[in-house]
Ligand binder design. Structure first.
Ligand code: HAM
Length: 437
């Protein structure tokens, strides 16, 4: 239910997105939380001692750990789950600056957090499928966002890096370490060091001279445990259900050490070697690591600087093409935007694909939509819609889908009408009277 940009005009879109974002005071730029101390990837970014105060602080390198800390501190496990949060702001990393890589840069990010229910391990398969649906929905939202910005030539890479059980990632890491040790002499000093410290990071290497060696290393997909395999397969089929084109990239391990299972990155043209405009993944144990309850999480961050660089490059190319052909510049359509408009209560496995398609169409039309990733009992679904403050519930059962007549319930007064699918958007537009930008 993140409300995202509906305006393809780049500058307005980004300004509008920023206006809509909630107060970010709870994730300060200077973090003094355990996050920086517990996570190797955060500690690396340069904590320093404030001698006057004798307080250990760090410039925040990213906000996922901060959001998890805020989730714990504000008792958000008491809210309807999953909790969906978003943020933007400056981040800081001690990196070698180059085009698209800065020491201070800006991110727009979002996280989906869900406290584990006590009975969640009763039906492991259902749980894995639910997680996969959440992963795919998050990626779908991102692809729609880039689509609305009319950023062309982007590519989505996905991978699964398994999880921390002995029969999964740790076993693979040992195998990888063994294989790397055999080819140590053909690797540069950074990769040689990483054989001991973090062999997975060798897979990230962009060094030309190492590429042929890396191509021969064992692949994690061949060493996932059964649960991670099932989860990864479900993510891929959920992406396909949503018509999202992806590329599997077994070397996409990502640089932050909290990830498990899904990792993904979106690259854009015009950026040279720093071409990732967005990265993200699943991090089911991070909240617990920071002292909170067992909680699942997945999220992403878009690099605003790179996004803008890529959009600028694209406009430059379009302008020169227009100048050459004498065409007039592109006009942005006016679109609309709301808080949660529709909750899709679907029932019966055969209706899920229709629910996903309806959600996509409604979001394209400018409405915000929530669609539960697993089937809920009717009463529970309506209760959830109510808690989230939805204005309408779209009820999709087997009968509705077969007859092509959908039930729309107004949650304020309980009134219900039946509508043919093509009339739905028009009806919602008239009822909600969305505000033009
Ligand atoms: P990340 O891949 O480190 O992920 O950063 C996300 C995006 O921020 C990158 O794809 C890139 O566009 C931008 N970025 C990163 N470093 C720089 C830099 N030095 N200069 C300019 N842009 C940069 C994270 O930060 C995770 N917290 C994402 C996440 C959220 N995972 C789960 N939830």
């Amino acid at each position: 239910m993140f409300n995202w940009v509906d305006d393809p005009d780049i500058a307005d879109a980004i300004k509008k997105l920023r206006r809509e974002m909630k107060d970010t005071n709870s994730i300060p730029a200077i973090e003094n939380s355990p996050a920086g101390r517990k996570l190797e990837s955060l500690a690396r970014t340069g904590a320093f001692n404030n001698l006057a105060e004798r307080v250990r602080v760090a410039l925040r390198p990213e906000a996922t750990a901060s959001v998890c800390r805020a989730y714990i501190e504000h008792g958000m496990q008491q809210l309807p789950q999953p909790v969906k949060l978003y943020y933007y702001g400056p981040m800081f990393r001690r990196e070698r600056p180059q085009k698209g890589r800065y020491r201070q840069f800006y991110q727009i990010g979002a996280e989906v957090l869900e406290a584990n229910r006590p009975d969640s391990m009763k039906d492991v398969t259902r749980e894995l499928l639910k997680d996969a649906a959440i992963d795919a929905e998050l990626i779908e939202m991102l692809m729609t966002f880039f689509d609305k910005l009319e950023l062309t030539g982007i590519e989505l890479d996905i991978n699964s890096i398994g999880h921390n059980a002995p029969n999964c990632r740790p076993a693979y890491v040992e195998k990888l370490r063994g294989a790397l040790t055999q080819v140590k002499d053909r690797l540069g000093p950074d990769s040689q060091r990483r054989i001991d410290t973090n062999p997975l990071r060798v897979l990230d290497s962009k060094l030309e001279s190492e590429q042929a060696v890396i191509a021969t290393l064992p692949k994690i997909a061949d060493h996932l445990c059964d649960e991670c395999k099932a989860h990864y397969a479900a993510v891929k089929s959920q992406l396909e259900l949503r018509g999202i084109i992806y590329k599997e990239n077994w070397r996409l391990v990502r640089g932050l050490d909290y990830y498990m299972r899904t990792t993904f990155e979106i690259t854009a043209p015009g950026l040279g070697s720093q071409n990732a405009v967005c990265g993200g993944g699943r991090y089911d144990s991070l909240v617990e690591l920071l002292g909170g309850p067992a909680t699942k999480g997945i999220g992403f961050a878009i690099g605003e600087d790179r996004l803008i660089l890529s959009l600028q490059e694209q406009s430059r190319q379009a302008e020169s093409a227009n100048a050459a052909s004498g065409a007039s510049p592109h006009q942005s359509p006016v679109t609309s935007h709301q808080s949660l408009s529709v909750y899709i209560a679907w029932m019966g496995q055969n209706t899920y694909a229709t629910a996903v398609r309806a959600a996509k169409d409604l979001r394209q039309a400018g409405f915000s939509v929530e669609v539960p990733p697993t089937e809920l009992k009717f009463g529970k679904a309506l209760g959830q819609a109510d808690k989230l403050g939805a204005k309408f519930a779209l009820i999709l059962g087997e009968d509705e889908v077969t007859e092509g007549l959908w039930t729309l319930k107004t949650l304020d007064d309980g009134a219900q009408i039946k509508l043919p699918e093509p009339a739905l958007i028009e009806h919602l537009r008239n009822s909600l009277n969305p505000h033009p930008l």
